[in-house]
Write a protein that binds this ligand. Structure first.
Ligand code: CU
Length: 108
């Protein structure tokens, strides 16, 4: 979490080549589940969710999104990129195939 904040700061300081391309938010799959389990995203900002599974120790080898009905395989140590619908306020719920390990994205 702290590392992420520092990265954002670094990008801001670098004046980063601007707002080309979608913003990225990252979620890791660890022994604790989806981390962070809850993410807030600004409405109207094109945002890509990047999920990276970093453990074989849980059953979260896929993510199923309740609101969109989409299912994504999560291969170990590979970034899975998902463009989020951000045009309207919504809470997107996603979970492993058994609906045991859960996460959510709040667009507001
Ligand atoms: Cu599960």
């Amino acid at each position: 979490m702290r590392k992420f904040a520092l990265l954002l700061t670094a990008l801001a300081l670098a004046g980063c080549a601007g707002s080309s391309g979608p913003r990225e938010v990252r979620v890791a799959v660890t022994e604790k589940g989806f981390e962070p389990a809850k993410i807030e995203v600004a409405k109207g900002t094109e945002t890509t969710l990047v999920i990276t599974r970093k453990t074989n120790a849980t059953c979260a080898t896929e993510a199923i999104f309740q609101e969109t009905g989409r299912r994504y395989d999560l291969p170990l140590n590979e970034d899975v990129r998902i463009l989020l619908p951000t045009d309207a306020p919504v809470t997107l719920h996603y979970a492993c195939g058994m609906d045991m390990i859960r996460g959510e994205i709040v667009v507001k």
